[in-house]
Design a protein around this ligand. Structure first.
Ligand SMILES: C[S@@+](CC[C@H](N)C(=O)[O-])C[C@H]1O[C@@H](n2cnc3c(N)ncnc32)[C@H](O)[C@@H]1O
Length: 156
């Protein structure tokens, strides 16, 4: 299996500390994507969508850890019950706002990834596909909610 980046995501965040932990906690944080020119025609009709899913590679993730203490809790959980970057295949997914497209540059907002993150795919966000009502949300139902901002999690 071969995975090749289709572009690079640029954001204001150069280190994990201070990077929002999800787009829902990153409102207003703007970034941009530089897409490889060879994919230009694949952007046709994307500009009609308010939000897009970005699938990307956590290129700065450390060693794989199968149990982690996630940002929103202070006890460990199985990696696959979390969104932590230290995964066997360090793939991230973020539903960001699409502000505009000019040629191969996509302006985006609500970004929660580091500057220079390799982009693997773009898909339109569609509530009719992507939004399910659920009764349970695992450990997140009981987790301290605090603020979702990364800064908060580093508070002493
Ligand atoms: C909890 S993850 C969630 C990412 C994504 N929304 C998801 O659910 O897959 C977000 C955190 O991953 C870290 N991160 C973001 N981009 C990264 C990258 N390229 N390499 C390593 N860590 C990254 C930052 O600390 C950020 O706060």
């Amino acid at each position: 299996m071969t995975i090749r980046p289709i572009g690079v995501i640029h954001t204001p965040f150069t280190e994990p500390k201070g990077t929002p932990i999800q787009p829902s906690a990153a409102e207003g944080a703007e970034g941009w994507i530089v897409l490889d020119d060879k994919y230009l025609s694949a952007l046709r009709d994307l500009d009609g969508f308010d939000r897009v899913w970005l699938v990307y590679w956590f290129h700065c993730a450390g060693d794989v850890r199968l149990e982690v203490t996630p940002f929103l809790d202070d006890v460990t959980h199985g990696l696959f019950a979390t969104r932590a970057p230290c995964r066997p295949n360090p793939v991230g997914m973020s539903c960001v706002r699409l502000l505009g497209i000019k040629r191969n540059i996509l302006r985006i907002a609500d970004v929660d990834m580091l500057d220079g993150t390799p982009l693997l795919d773009i898909k339109p966000y569609a509530p009719r596909f992507d939004n399910y009502p659920v009764k349970r949300c695992g450990w997140l139902d009981r987790a301290k909610n605090g603020s979702h901002l990364a800064d908060e999690r580093f508070k002493e």
